[in-house]
Design a protein around this ligand. Structure first.
Ligand code: PAF
Length: 286
Protein backbone atom coordinates (compact mmCIF):
# COMPACT_ATOMS: atom_id res chain seq x y z
CA UNK A 1 0.00 0.00 0.00
CA UNK A 2 1.19 3.49 -0.81
CA UNK A 3 0.28 6.75 0.94
CA UNK A 4 0.45 9.69 -1.45
CA UNK A 5 -0.02 13.35 -0.61
CA UNK A 6 1.13 15.05 -3.80
CA UNK A 7 -1.82 15.67 -6.10
CA UNK A 8 0.09 15.71 -9.42
CA UNK A 9 2.01 12.49 -8.82
CA UNK A 10 -1.11 10.77 -7.57
CA UNK A 11 -3.06 11.87 -10.63
CA UNK A 12 -0.29 10.55 -12.89
CA UNK A 13 -0.33 7.16 -11.12
CA UNK A 14 -4.09 6.93 -11.53
CA UNK A 15 -3.79 7.82 -15.24
CA UNK A 16 -1.27 5.01 -15.67
CA UNK A 17 -3.52 2.46 -13.96
CA UNK A 18 -6.43 3.52 -16.13
CA UNK A 19 -4.35 3.27 -19.30
CA UNK A 20 -3.33 -0.26 -18.37
CA UNK A 21 -7.01 -1.20 -18.12
CA UNK A 22 -7.29 -1.43 -14.34
CA UNK A 23 -10.68 -0.93 -12.72
CA UNK A 24 -10.42 1.71 -10.01
CA UNK A 25 -12.67 2.00 -6.96
CA UNK A 26 -12.65 5.03 -4.72
CA UNK A 27 -13.88 5.59 -1.16
CA UNK A 28 -13.69 9.20 0.08
CA UNK A 29 -13.32 9.52 3.88
CA UNK A 30 -12.41 12.07 6.51
CA UNK A 31 -10.36 9.46 8.36
CA UNK A 32 -10.63 8.20 11.92
CA UNK A 33 -11.76 5.02 10.25
CA UNK A 34 -14.13 2.49 11.77
CA UNK A 35 -15.83 -0.76 10.82
CA UNK A 36 -18.34 1.16 8.68
CA UNK A 37 -15.50 2.40 6.45
CA UNK A 38 -13.99 -1.08 6.38
CA UNK A 39 -17.28 -2.48 5.04
CA UNK A 40 -16.99 0.01 2.14
CA UNK A 41 -13.33 -0.90 1.57
CA UNK A 42 -14.12 -4.60 1.39
CA UNK A 43 -17.02 -4.10 -1.01
CA UNK A 44 -14.83 -1.87 -3.18
CA UNK A 45 -12.04 -4.47 -3.24
CA UNK A 46 -14.45 -7.12 -4.45
CA UNK A 47 -15.39 -4.93 -7.42
CA UNK A 48 -12.07 -3.56 -8.66
CA UNK A 49 -8.37 -4.05 -9.37
CA UNK A 50 -7.17 -0.93 -7.55
CA UNK A 51 -8.83 0.43 -4.40
CA UNK A 52 -8.22 4.01 -3.30
CA UNK A 53 -9.25 5.59 0.01
CA UNK A 54 -8.85 9.32 0.52
CA UNK A 55 -8.34 10.71 4.00
CA UNK A 56 -9.04 14.41 4.11
CA UNK A 57 -10.85 16.39 6.81
CA UNK A 58 -12.50 18.80 4.44
CA UNK A 59 -12.63 22.31 5.96
CA UNK A 60 -15.22 23.61 3.50
CA UNK A 61 -17.96 21.31 4.80
CA UNK A 62 -17.69 22.48 8.42
CA UNK A 63 -19.71 25.44 9.66
CA UNK A 64 -18.13 28.22 11.75
CA UNK A 65 -19.28 26.72 15.04
CA UNK A 66 -18.69 23.11 14.08
CA UNK A 67 -15.96 20.69 15.13
CA UNK A 68 -13.29 21.14 12.41
CA UNK A 69 -10.44 21.68 14.87
CA UNK A 70 -11.51 18.90 17.23
CA UNK A 71 -12.54 16.39 14.54
CA UNK A 72 -10.73 13.14 15.48
CA UNK A 73 -7.58 12.43 13.48
CA UNK A 74 -5.11 9.53 13.69
CA UNK A 75 -3.28 8.81 10.46
CA UNK A 76 -1.14 5.96 11.87
CA UNK A 77 -4.22 4.11 13.02
CA UNK A 78 -5.97 4.84 9.70
CA UNK A 79 -2.92 3.61 7.78
CA UNK A 80 -3.01 0.33 9.66
CA UNK A 81 -6.77 -0.12 9.07
CA UNK A 82 -6.40 0.62 5.33
CA UNK A 83 -3.48 -1.79 4.99
CA UNK A 84 -5.35 -4.54 6.80
CA UNK A 85 -8.39 -3.95 4.55
CA UNK A 86 -6.37 -4.36 1.35
CA UNK A 87 -6.44 -0.72 0.21
CA UNK A 88 -3.85 -0.07 -2.53
CA UNK A 89 -3.47 3.70 -2.17
CA UNK A 90 -4.30 6.22 0.53
CA UNK A 91 -4.66 9.69 -0.93
CA UNK A 92 -3.78 12.06 1.92
CA UNK A 93 -3.54 15.61 0.58
CA UNK A 94 -3.03 18.73 2.68
CA UNK A 95 -5.75 21.37 2.99
CA UNK A 96 -3.36 23.89 1.42
CA UNK A 97 -2.94 21.73 -1.68
CA UNK A 98 -6.63 20.88 -2.03
CA UNK A 99 -7.70 24.50 -1.66
CA UNK A 100 -5.06 26.77 -3.16
CA UNK A 101 -5.15 30.46 -2.30
CA UNK A 102 -7.24 32.33 -4.83
CA UNK A 103 -9.61 29.48 -5.72
CA UNK A 104 -12.95 30.87 -6.74
CA UNK A 105 -14.98 27.81 -7.68
CA UNK A 106 -17.44 25.73 -5.71
CA UNK A 107 -20.31 23.43 -6.59
CA UNK A 108 -23.81 23.68 -5.19
CA UNK A 109 -26.59 21.25 -5.94
CA UNK A 110 -29.44 23.71 -5.67
CA UNK A 111 -32.53 23.10 -3.53
CA UNK A 112 -31.46 19.64 -2.36
CA UNK A 113 -28.65 21.24 -0.35
CA UNK A 114 -30.98 23.50 1.63
CA UNK A 115 -33.34 20.81 2.86
CA UNK A 116 -33.13 18.55 5.95
CA UNK A 117 -29.49 18.72 7.14
CA UNK A 118 -28.95 21.79 4.98
CA UNK A 119 -31.40 23.77 7.08
CA UNK A 120 -29.20 23.31 10.14
CA UNK A 121 -25.84 23.19 8.35
CA UNK A 122 -25.88 25.96 5.73
CA UNK A 123 -23.07 25.57 3.20
CA UNK A 124 -22.27 22.03 4.32
CA UNK A 125 -23.35 20.28 1.13
CA UNK A 126 -21.65 22.79 -1.09
CA UNK A 127 -18.42 21.87 0.73
CA UNK A 128 -19.17 18.17 0.29
CA UNK A 129 -20.07 18.44 -3.40
CA UNK A 130 -17.00 20.57 -4.14
CA UNK A 131 -14.52 18.24 -2.47
CA UNK A 132 -16.09 15.11 -3.96
CA UNK A 133 -15.96 16.64 -7.43
CA UNK A 134 -12.32 17.63 -6.94
CA UNK A 135 -11.47 14.11 -5.77
CA UNK A 136 -13.35 12.55 -8.69
CA UNK A 137 -11.47 14.80 -11.09
CA UNK A 138 -8.12 13.83 -9.59
CA UNK A 139 -8.80 10.09 -9.43
CA UNK A 140 -11.35 9.53 -12.20
CA UNK A 141 -12.46 6.21 -10.67
CA UNK A 142 -14.75 3.64 -12.23
CA UNK A 143 -16.79 3.29 -9.06
CA UNK A 144 -17.39 5.67 -6.16
CA UNK A 145 -18.43 4.01 -2.89
CA UNK A 146 -20.52 5.92 -0.35
CA UNK A 147 -22.21 4.86 2.88
CA UNK A 148 -26.00 5.02 3.27
CA UNK A 149 -25.47 6.58 6.72
CA UNK A 150 -25.22 10.02 5.06
CA UNK A 151 -28.42 9.66 3.07
CA UNK A 152 -28.70 13.28 1.91
CA UNK A 153 -25.05 13.33 0.88
CA UNK A 154 -25.77 10.29 -1.31
CA UNK A 155 -28.79 11.98 -2.94
CA UNK A 156 -26.83 15.19 -3.57
CA UNK A 157 -23.71 13.53 -4.98
CA UNK A 158 -25.84 11.33 -7.21
CA UNK A 159 -27.57 14.43 -8.59
CA UNK A 160 -24.29 16.31 -9.03
CA UNK A 161 -22.80 13.40 -10.98
CA UNK A 162 -25.88 13.16 -13.16
CA UNK A 163 -26.04 16.92 -13.81
CA UNK A 164 -22.32 17.27 -14.51
CA UNK A 165 -22.11 14.21 -16.79
CA UNK A 166 -19.70 12.31 -14.57
CA UNK A 167 -19.33 8.76 -15.84
CA UNK A 168 -18.17 7.20 -12.56
CA UNK A 169 -20.69 4.67 -11.22
CA UNK A 170 -21.88 4.89 -7.67
CA UNK A 171 -22.41 2.12 -5.12
CA UNK A 172 -24.14 2.66 -1.82
CA UNK A 173 -23.17 0.44 1.10
CA UNK A 174 -25.64 -0.16 3.96
CA UNK A 175 -25.02 1.55 7.30
CA UNK A 176 -22.82 -0.46 9.63
CA UNK A 177 -24.20 -0.54 13.16
CA UNK A 178 -23.05 -1.29 16.69
CA UNK A 179 -24.83 -4.19 18.44
CA UNK A 180 -27.40 -1.79 19.92
CA UNK A 181 -28.17 -0.32 16.48
CA UNK A 182 -26.11 2.89 16.82
CA UNK A 183 -24.84 3.81 13.35
CA UNK A 184 -21.02 3.81 13.23
CA UNK A 185 -19.53 7.26 12.89
CA UNK A 186 -16.17 8.85 13.62
CA UNK A 187 -18.06 11.32 15.81
CA UNK A 188 -19.22 8.49 18.12
CA UNK A 189 -15.86 8.90 19.87
CA UNK A 190 -17.29 12.10 21.41
CA UNK A 191 -19.99 10.05 23.21
CA UNK A 192 -19.71 8.81 26.80
CA UNK A 193 -20.41 5.10 27.41
CA UNK A 194 -23.84 6.02 28.79
CA UNK A 195 -24.67 8.13 25.73
CA UNK A 196 -23.46 5.35 23.42
CA UNK A 197 -25.75 2.85 25.12
CA UNK A 198 -28.71 5.19 25.06
CA UNK A 199 -28.15 6.25 21.45
CA UNK A 200 -29.27 2.78 20.33
CA UNK A 201 -32.77 4.19 20.76
CA UNK A 202 -32.39 6.12 17.49
CA UNK A 203 -32.39 2.92 15.46
CA UNK A 204 -35.28 1.56 17.53
CA UNK A 205 -37.31 4.64 16.59
CA UNK A 206 -36.39 4.23 12.90
CA UNK A 207 -37.40 0.59 12.93
CA UNK A 208 -40.62 1.41 14.75
CA UNK A 209 -41.46 3.88 11.99
CA UNK A 210 -40.56 1.39 9.28
CA UNK A 211 -42.82 -1.28 10.79
CA UNK A 212 -45.76 1.15 11.11
CA UNK A 213 -45.35 2.28 7.49
CA UNK A 214 -44.84 -1.16 5.99
CA UNK A 215 -47.86 -2.56 7.85
CA UNK A 216 -49.83 0.60 6.88
CA UNK A 217 -50.83 0.88 10.53
CA UNK A 218 -50.06 4.60 10.48
CA UNK A 219 -50.28 6.64 7.29
CA UNK A 220 -49.99 10.18 8.67
CA UNK A 221 -46.32 11.16 8.61
CA UNK A 222 -46.67 13.70 11.46
CA UNK A 223 -47.99 11.02 13.76
CA UNK A 224 -45.02 8.76 13.05
CA UNK A 225 -42.57 11.63 13.58
CA UNK A 226 -44.17 12.45 16.93
CA UNK A 227 -44.03 8.84 18.08
CA UNK A 228 -40.39 8.54 17.00
CA UNK A 229 -39.53 11.65 19.01
CA UNK A 230 -41.33 10.19 22.04
CA UNK A 231 -39.45 6.88 21.72
CA UNK A 232 -36.11 8.70 21.58
CA UNK A 233 -36.75 11.12 24.43
CA UNK A 234 -38.13 8.45 26.70
CA UNK A 235 -35.21 6.06 25.99
CA UNK A 236 -32.61 8.83 26.22
CA UNK A 237 -34.07 11.59 28.44
CA UNK A 238 -31.00 13.84 28.05
CA UNK A 239 -31.06 13.72 24.25
CA UNK A 240 -32.56 16.44 22.10
CA UNK A 241 -34.22 15.60 18.80
CA UNK A 242 -33.38 18.34 16.28
CA UNK A 243 -35.58 17.04 13.49
CA UNK A 244 -37.29 13.95 12.15
CA UNK A 245 -38.30 14.03 8.53
CA UNK A 246 -40.15 11.76 6.14
CA UNK A 247 -39.42 12.55 2.50
CA UNK A 248 -39.01 10.91 -0.86
CA UNK A 249 -35.46 9.73 -1.52
CA UNK A 250 -34.79 11.73 -4.68
CA UNK A 251 -36.07 15.29 -4.35
CA UNK A 252 -36.24 15.18 -0.55
CA UNK A 253 -39.79 16.54 -0.59
CA UNK A 254 -41.86 16.05 2.56
CA UNK A 255 -44.46 13.29 2.42
CA UNK A 256 -47.54 13.90 4.52
CA UNK A 257 -49.95 11.15 3.57
CA UNK A 258 -48.00 7.92 3.28
CA UNK A 259 -50.97 6.04 1.87
CA UNK A 260 -50.74 8.16 -1.29
CA UNK A 261 -47.00 7.84 -1.88
CA UNK A 262 -45.36 5.16 -4.05
CA UNK A 263 -41.59 4.91 -4.21
CA UNK A 264 -38.62 5.12 -1.85
CA UNK A 265 -39.33 6.80 1.48
CA UNK A 266 -36.43 8.28 3.42
CA UNK A 267 -36.89 8.69 7.17
CA UNK A 268 -34.02 10.74 8.52
CA UNK A 269 -33.24 12.51 11.74
CA UNK A 270 -30.67 14.37 13.80
CA UNK A 271 -30.41 13.99 17.57
CA UNK A 272 -28.08 15.69 20.04
CA UNK A 273 -26.47 13.69 22.82
CA UNK A 274 -24.79 16.40 24.83
CA UNK A 275 -22.90 18.40 22.23
CA UNK A 276 -22.64 15.47 19.84
CA UNK A 277 -24.98 15.59 16.90
CA UNK A 278 -25.89 12.17 15.51
CA UNK A 279 -27.67 11.56 12.22
CA UNK A 280 -29.26 8.38 10.97
CA UNK A 281 -31.85 7.19 8.47
CA UNK A 282 -33.74 4.27 7.08
CA UNK A 283 -35.16 3.74 3.59
CA UNK A 284 -38.46 2.03 2.92
CA UNK A 285 -39.53 0.86 -0.50
CA UNK A 286 -43.27 1.55 -0.60
O1 PAF B 1 -18.84 11.35 4.30
C1 PAF B 1 -17.74 11.91 4.50
O2 PAF B 1 -16.89 11.42 5.26
C2 PAF B 1 -17.45 13.22 3.78
O3 PAF B 1 -18.57 14.01 3.69
C3 PAF B 1 -16.77 13.02 2.43
C4 PAF B 1 -17.69 12.31 1.43
C5 PAF B 1 -15.50 12.23 2.59
C6 PAF B 1 -16.42 14.38 1.82
O4 PAF B 1 -15.53 15.08 2.62
Amino acid sequence: MKLISDIDSFQMMMDQHRRSGKKISFIPTMGYLHQGHVSLFLKAKEKSDITIASIFVNPSQFGKNEDLSSYPRDISRDYFICERSGIDYIFYPSAGDMYKPGERTSVTVNELSDKLEGEYRPGHFSGVATIVLKLLNIINPDILFLGQKDAQQVVIIKKMMEDLNIKTKMEIVPTYREKNGLAMSSRNTYLTEKEKNEAGVIYKALQYAKDRIVSKEITVADEIKKQMTDIITSGAPDSKVQYVSITDNKNLDMIEDLSKYKGEILISLAVYFGRTRLIDNIIIRN
